[in-house]
Each structure stands twice: as structure tokens, then as C-alpha cells.
Design a protein around this ligand. Structure first.
Ligand code: G3P
Ligand code: CA
Length: 313
């Protein structure tokens, strides 16, 4: 009953223009239950009441943005058996070396370690089975906008520009390719339900200052950086981005908030940390719901990347 009321509340809030707060961001879809970034995982996350669905983006050889976390295909597809001999000298198969037509031939599998063949999360979807495919960014937007039409809800998108500098070294421009798709599907301003995220601050500056992106931006950080560790750093990035996405370890030590959320919110930044996983609770927590409640209500984050969107709802 409580869950139904929460979904109803979230639906009403978005229908009336107010973004629910804090927001639940489905990390690679409901990836705790289905292979990451498949449309099945996105549909489940949608049904579980997520406010935003995340898309990690990389490019194919023919320059198409696809929804895929790694620039390599080794850990989430059957590329090694489907295209033997197409790996680089380091043994990895790179998405950018395959055309979209080739990538469409791959099966997506639950994430595994390609060296051992073992599942990364043994309690999740069974290893090596299923008929899931990689989808393009455009296909995923059509899917989400379709669900928004048929359900009357307004669920947003949360694309991440993966390894922008590396893509440029490979002769391709991921940000430009992403922006072309966003423009085609009506994402342009800060009122549109879209956050663009990136770990490379210089790429976020480029998106804002050179490429003309006027929508929302989020700076992801994986470790120590003066850009979020100091108040001056936060003040500086707040001129470019709308929020930060730190690792959860930066939000609290045990049950004690570090103060980062308050410092960032004080300069107008949203705080959307990553990644809530039931299998990886920090010290001091033994129950996923308790940790989730702590993050939302005591640490007061503005949103949370989660592999388990149902826990948030
Ligand atoms: O984008 C937020 C979070 O997803 C960052 O980590 O490696 O899962 O993309 P990653
Ligand atoms: Ca991501």
C-alpha cells in the first residue's frame, strides 16, 4: 500500500510539473534484477517507479551512440565467441571497432569477469542466458517517451558521456553525437527531464561553453578532487554544472554525514551520489532499506543512483 501511494505521489508530482525530491535514478536500469542497460531492465525500472533512467553512452565504429557502460564489450556480451579475432592487442573487444550492424548481432549477458567467466554479482540474473540486445541511445529514448505517453508519467533520461577524451583520440566525438540525438527528441533546456553527466570536468565545460548545451549537467567524481573537496571548488563548478555525482563513500562515514551534501547544496548544486547496491552496504548498515532511508532522509541527498529502484519506492 505504502509503495503504491509513493508511486502515485511521484506520478502526481511530475504531472504537475514539480520534480519529486529526492529522485530515484535507475542505474543502468533495474540492473539488480536484469542484465544492465537492456530495455527489459529499463522497463522494470520504469515499472518500479524510477524518476530517471540512466544511459551510459559509447560510440560504434559508424558513430552511433549506444547504451553500454564499458568502451569494451568483453564483460557484458558474447562478443568473444561471436567475433573471434576482432580483439585488440590487449585482448579486449572495443565497441568502437564494430559497426552498429555487427553490435546488433551480440547477445547481452549478465555482467561477468571475462578472465574467469564468473558472474560479478552471483545473486543476480543467471549467467550466460537470455536473448537481450544492445540498444542505441535513440531507441532507448523512443522506448521511454513511448512509456511516458502510454502511462501518462514523465520519467526522465540521465545520459553519461563515457571517456570523451578517449573517443576523441579514436577520432570520434561522443558529446556531439549525443547532443544531436537529444536535440531530435526535444531535450534542450533545464526544464526538460534530462541530466547529462560526465567524469571529465573539461568535457562538461566544453558541453556548456563550446557545444551550446543549455540543459542540466552533473559532474561525476570518483575520488579526491579540489573541485568538490573545497568550497571554492564547488563555487567554481556551480557556474557550469547543476549538480554533482560523487561516490557514496563521499556522503557519509558510517552513519555520520561528511558535510559534502550541505556544502554543495549551499552553492545551489544538486547531489546525486552513486551507487546503491544491496550487495554492497557500507559499515554500520545491514539492511538495504535502512541505508536507503538514511541517505534520503538523514544525509538528505537530492537523488540516488540505484541498481534497485524498488527499494527507493
Ligand atoms: O553515472 C553514475 C555512476 O553510474 C557512475 O559510475 O561507472 O557506474 O558509470 P559508473
Ligand atoms: Ca554511469
Amino acid at each position: 500500500m505504502k509503495a503504491a501511494l509513493a508511486i502515485l505521489w511521484a506520478s502526481c508530482a511530475v504531472l504537475h510539473g514539480a520534480e519529486p525530491s529526492p529522485i530515484v535514478i535507475a542505474h543502468r536500469g533495474a540492473s539488480g534484477y536484469l542484465p544492465e542497460h537492456t530495455l527489459a531492465a529499463k522497463a522494470l525500472a520504469y515499472a518500479q517507479g524510477a524518476d530517471y533512467l540512466e544511459q551510459d553512452l559509447v560510440l560504434t565504429k559508424d558513430g552511433v551512440p549506444i547504451v553500454q557502460h564499458d568502451v569494451t564489450l568483453d564483460s557484458t556480451t558474447d562478443v568473444a565467441s561471436r567475433f573471434p579475432g576482432r580483439q585488440r592487442a590487449n585482448g579486449s573487444f572495443y565497441a568502437i571497432d564494430f559497426t552498429l550492424a555487427e553490435i546488433r548481432q551480440l547477445r547481452v549477458l549478465e555482467r561477468f569477469n571475462p578472465k574467469t567467466g564468473k558472474a560479478v554479482y552471483p545473486g543476480r540474473f543467471p549467467a550466460g542466458v537470455g536473448e537481450f540486445r544492445i540498444n542505441t541511445f535513440e531507441e532507448e529514448i523512443i522506448f521511454i517517451q513511448g512509456l511516458n505517453k502510454s502511462t501518462g508519467r514523465k520519467v526522465g533520461i540521465y545520459p553519461e558521456v563515457k571517456l570523451a577524451g578517449w573517443h576523441r583520440q579514436e577520432g570520434q566525438d561522443l558529446s556531439k553525437a549525443m547532443l544531436a540525438v537529444l536535440a531530435r527528441y526535444g531535450y534542450a533546456t533545464k526544464s526538460d527531464l534530462c541530466y547529462v553527466q560526465c567524469f571529465e570536468y573539461t568535457e562538461l565545460q566544453r558541453l556548456r561553453n563550446e557545444l551550446g548545451w543549455k540543459g542540466r549537467l552533473v559532474f561525476l567524481s570518483g575520488g579526491k578532487t579540489p573541485l568538490i573537496d573545497t568550497d571554492d571548488g564547488l563555487k567554481g563548478i556551480a557556474k557550469v554544472v547543476d549538480g554533482i555525482g560523487p561516490a557514496l563513500s563521499a556522503i557519509a562515514e558510517g552513519r555520520k554525514p561528511t558535510g559534502l551534501v550541505a556544502r554543495a547544496q549551499a552553492v545551489g548544486l544538486k547531489v546525486h551520489p552513486y551507487t546503491f547496491r544491496i550487495e554492497a552496504l557500507p559499515k554500520g548498515f545491514t539492511d538495504g532499506k535502512d541505508y536507503h532511508r538514511f541517505l534520503m532522509q538523514e544525509a538528505k541527498v537530492d537523488g540516488l543512483f540505484t541498481d534497485f529502484p524498488d527499494v527507493g519506492r
